[in-house]
Design a protein around this ligand. Structure first.
Ligand code: ADP
Ligand code: MG
Length: 556
């Protein structure tokens, strides 16, 4: 309700809940702190797992921040923004999700302390954003450039990412798989595209050691005819999106047949069409046919007679990957198939893996897409193995693209904190306090790593602070393998600069955004359309599209 010269004006629909000022802000801040608090225990190599049970009773066991928030049934609008933060971090760089949420929660906790000292939230927000800008500058100078083709560092970085994933046994296998995969698809910008071109096929059974990289694509398919070859070497692959069936007419049509020879004529013509399909594939020089659409049994028969291995009903995305891996071009019509469109592979082999039929298109030259066959003992561990591999692939791709690293185990956060405290001291006014609080908040990362690893967080922070006063101590962090505060760069605990860069930017943006909100208008929750109005409040109405969409002008 707004008040203009004493006349009350109703601007909101009846039933809209309006939370104002301090209450709105604090409740948002608390919600994000709560999400952070919940994720804290999963951070780092000694973090614990969460078991998530959805409304249908499906169980997920993971310590992957992005997965946890994804499966959480969050109803609070601000908490949803924390979830969004984790997802954005995951989408942009594929790792650092827990770190981002824990840092954002801590920023807000520090902000609350400042608000208790009567510092205006807008000043805190501004201070945080300035601290972020400064942190990015420091980070750029701090990060160490690596050379292209420095596989050793790539493996170290991939291993560091996987340190914090408990369920996976042998990390070095995964690290090498990830590095081989990323470096195997050549120099390619745009990390997300690169990772999307690596098809991970998971199969329960055997162990992680039996996972392998395939220079080509695995299709979970079988040949359309039992007499087709199970192995084709020197494969020339026709990639098609054309139905090799006789199309039914749209209208019913009756034809009067008056003699037996007429029937034969019809059948012959049909046979000729199917024969023609096989002939055309053969003429193009192909010995393998991968089709997105169907293949009639009779056509399959003729293809088999020609010794062609044919697979039908392959998904569009798999067709794309096959084309990228084999260097072929997909033809939308069989008519257009020519030798120059064919893809190439050393061999195409049909194999049964456990109980699933698979086709391995292998040994492609300069493939632009690859597959990894992922094996692990039990269902839940294959899934966690897949998430782990995904993180490793993303991180490797990020590093291969940006080529600069920092030391993990909280070292980079501790160094940034130290530098930001120096910076704060040089600033006047109250913003200085916010920058200082920002620096303190960064220390939550080493302190949580230590705490989860059974080290004393207070002693650890004290030691880190004293070591980070000199340039020589810039990479001192927590090594949870030796349980020592030491140079984690030397210990090979490395992360791409890009991960921490995103963590800091996204978390400070979220904190600043939350701090600037002083009014929350929550529309009445609409239930199923048929129901009369009048539902509960707490939730987020779909129309409001999540608080993420709150226009900035709504703040102060
Ligand atoms: P996130 O979801 O943020 O990636 P993780 O649970 O994967 O969270 O933990 C990542 C943190 O674990 C990073 O700060 C990384 O430096 C740290 N870390 C990895 N290996 C070690 C180690 N051996 N000792 C201490 N910290 C480590
Ligand atoms: Mg991680």
């Amino acid at each position: 309700m707004a008040q203009l010269s004493g006349v009350p004006i109703l601007i909101l629909r009846e039933g809209t809940q309006n939370v104002k000022g301090k209450d709105a802000r604090r409740s948002n801040m608390r919600a994000i702190m709560a999400v952070a608090e919940m994720l804290k225990s999963t951070l780092g190599p000694r973090g614990m797992d969460k078991m998530l049970v959805d409304s249908l009773g499906d169980i997920t066991i993971t310590n992957d921040g992005a997965t946890i928030v994804d499966k959480m049934d969050v109803d609070n609008p601000a908490a949803k923004m924390a979830v969004q933060l984790a997802k954005t971090q995951d989408k942009r760089v594929g790792d650092g999700t827990t770190t981002a949420v824990v840092f954002a929660g801590t920023l807000l906790r520090k902000a609350e302390e400042l608000m208790d000292q009567d510092i205006h939230p807008a000043i805190i927000a501004r201070g945080f954003l300035r601290a972020n800008t400064e942190a990015q500058k420091v980070l750029e100078k701090l990060a160490v450039k690596i050379k292209a083709g420095d596989l050793d560092t790539l493996v170290k970085v991939a291993t560091t990412t996987m340190n914090s994933k408990g369920a996976v046994g042998d990390r070095s296998i995964f690290a090498h798989l990830a590095v081989d995969a990323i470096t195997g698809i050549g120099e390619e910008k745009d990390l997300l595209n690169k990772v999307k071109r690596i098809k991970v096929v998971k199969k329960k059974g055997k162990s992680v050691q039996d996972s392998r990289l395939i220079k080509g694509i695995i299709l979970e398919k079988e040949p359309v005819h039992p007499e087709m070859p199970k192995l084709v070497t020197g494969a020339k692959i026709a990639i098609l999106a054309d139905s090799l069936e006789i199309k039914k007419t749209q209208f019913d049509q009756q034809t009067w047949i008056s003699s037996a020879s007429q029937v034969q004529g019809f059948l012959d013509r049909e046979v000729n069409v199917f024969k023609g399909f096989a002939q055309k594939v053969k003429e193009a020089g192909a010995n393998v046919l991968i089709n997105q659409k169907g293949i009639d049994d009779k056509a399959a028969n003729f293809l088999a007679k020609e010794g062609i291995l044919a697979i039908k009903s392959v998904t569009q995305s798999d067709i794309d990957l096959v084309a990228k891996a084999t260097g072929g071009t997909m033809c939308a019509s069989l008519k257009d198939l020519e030798a120059k469109n064919l893809g190439h592979a050393d061999k195409v082999e049909c194999v049964k893996v456990e109980d699933t039929d698979m086709v391995f298109i292998e040994g492609c030259k300069d493939p632009k897409a690859l597959s990894i066959l992922l094996r692990a003992g039990v269902d839940k561990s294959v899934e966690e193995a897949e998430r782990t591999l995904h993180d490793a692939l993303c991180v490797t791709a990020v590093l291969a693209e940006h080529k600069s690293v920092v030391a993990g185990g909280g070292a980079v956060e501790a160094e940034l904190a130290a530098r930001l405290k120096d910076f704060a001291r040089k600033q006047g006014g109250r913003e200085q306090l916010a920058i200082d609080a920002f620096a303190d908040a960064l220390e939550i990362i080493p302190s949580t790593l230590a705490e989860n690893g059974g080290m004393d967080p207070i002693d650890t922070i004290a030691e880190l602070r004293s070591k980070h006063t000199t340039a020589a101590g810039k990479w001192i962090g927590v090594n949870l393998y030796t349980k020592k505060v030491e140079d984690t760069f030397k210990a090979g605990i490395l992360e791409p600069e890009q991960i921490i860069k995103q963590v800091i930017t996204l978390a400070s943006d979220l904190a600043a955004l939350i701090l600037r909100i002083d009014d929350m208008l929550i529309a009445k929750k609409s239930r199923a359309p048929a129901m009369p109005p009048g539902g509960g409040m707490g939730g987020m109405p779909p129309g409001m599209g999540g608080m993420g969409g709150m226009p900035p002008g709504m703040g102060m």
